[in-house]
Design a protein around this ligand. Structure first.
Ligand SMILES: Cc1ncc(COP(=O)(O)O)c(C=O)c1O
Length: 386
């Protein structure tokens, strides 16, 4: 039966807890410890001061007109330097500035997929990937993992057919904060399938904890010309509300993102692009402090979780999430509702795909005290059920 593009339209499941807490807080005045949001929660996290100054300056100096669709040249240059320093030799023409990484995800699915095309994506993964694949009436296949850090490459190889258009990765991964470690094995398989384009969502590339190192398939020169990297200022610079990200792709692919941006939003606000440029060129101490603070919070949460007698938690290598595994037989959605009764808000792992079922995801970017209190309460509730 022919379905419409809107047949699957529903509010994203990963924000269901947020919608519930918002309603309860508004109607009943009850307060929660919020660990369900994919954002910086504690006010101690701020964008670089230079970015705020740049917003003031560009408004004052009247830089409030349209600007070039793919991004202002100085920002594209600076992003090319950023990507080159990570390991992908990049020219400014290969950078397209987008209104956030999420727009870049939508653009990727719109640009590469037609009805009936096949796309491979991680499970658990980022729900908007699946949303846009369905919108395009593509056939979705899920990547399997040998463990949270290793893609099962033999399985991936078997999933690829002549109809496979895209393989999507995200690393550091959400919802679990683990890096994909076996990039060399993945690259080896993908080299044998030259018709496949790779979309690598690397929005936490700058949020990786020592001693781990961010790895990208785009660093493999043989894959570079068919790999699109998606990144954002949201996570590396605490600029979630600024709505600015970028795509790095070979010129022949970048040109299509450029056309899509120009025909949809024209250009990302010039004011915001100036702020992004200032953030990127802010002193290195900014990023070091951000990582140090996040690492401290990660360890506060992980130390409490690892003392639990029933939860199993891998410590995060990057990002600001932990994904504790519930004891066998507990339903993640029911546990999330139970935790809400105890004033703690987290997300059921199943909201990120079947592979997330039996887990709960929490964000650790809260004030230290609230974080410790929230995680301890969570452990007490779940251990108390055993
Ligand atoms: C994997 C992933 N990709 C993209 C995004 C969206 O980022 P942005 O704020 O730049 O739209 C998020 C947001 O949390 C994410 O987790």
């Amino acid at each position: 039966m022919e379905t419409t593009r809107l047949a699957h339209f529903e509010l994203p499941p990963q924000w269901s807890t947020m919608r519930k807490t918002e309603k309860i807080e508004r109607e009943l005045g009850k307060k929660f410890i919020h660990m369900e949001k994919g954002d910086y929660i504690s006010p101690e996290f701020k964008p670089p001061e230079e970015a705020i100054e740049a917003v003031r300056d560009s408004v004052k100096s009247g830089k409030v007109r349209y600007s070039p669709g793919p991004g202002i040249p100085e920002l594209r240059e600076a992003l090319a330097v950023e990507m080159s320093s990570r390991g992908r030799d990049t020219k400014a023409e290969e950078i397209i500035v987008t209104p956030g990484a999420k727009f870049a995800i939508a653009a990727s699915f719109l640009l590469f997929l037609d009805a009936g095309d096949e796309v491979i994506m991680p499970d658990p993964g980022y729900p908007p990937d699946e949303f846009w694949a369905r919108y395009q009436k593509a056939v979705i296949k899920y990547l399997r993992f040998e463990d949270p850090r290793r893609v099962d490459v033999e399985h991936m190889d078997r999933l690829i057919t002549p109809k496979t258009k895209l393989v999507v990765f995200n690393t550091p991964q959400r919802p679990n904060g683990q890096l994909i470690e076996n990039t060399a094995e993945i690259a080896e398989v993908l080299l044998r399938h030259p018709h496949v384009t790779i979309v690598s969502d690397e929005i936490f590339a700058r949020v990786v904890f020592e001693p781990f190192k961010h790895q990208s398939l785009s660093y493999y020169t043989e894959l570079r010309d068919r790999t699109v990297v998606i990144d954002t200022f949201s996570k590396g610079f605490v600029m979630t509300g600024f709505r600015i990200g970028w795509v790095t792709a070979p010129e022949h692919i970048a040109k299509n993102y450029d056309i899509l941006v120009q025909n949809s939003c024209t250009n990302v606000s010039t004011i915001i692009q100036k702020a992004a440029l200032a953030a990127l060129t802010a002193p290195e101490s900014y990023s070091k402090e951000l990582i140090r603070t996040l690492q401290r919070k990660r360890d506060i949460a992980w130390n409490i979780l690892s003392a639990s007698k029933s939860l199993r938690t891998e410590n995060a290598q990057g990002a600001f999430y932990l994904l504790p595994k519930l004891p066998h037989g507990l339903d993640d959605e029911k546990i999330v509702d139970l935790l809400l009764d105890h004033g703690v808000a987290v997300v059921p792992g199943s909201a990120f795909g079947a592979g997330g079922a039996g887990h709960i995801r929490l964000t650790f970017s809260l004030e230290d005290e609230a974080l410790a209190e929230g995680v301890q309460r969570l452990v007490d509730v779940i251990d108390g059920r055993q």
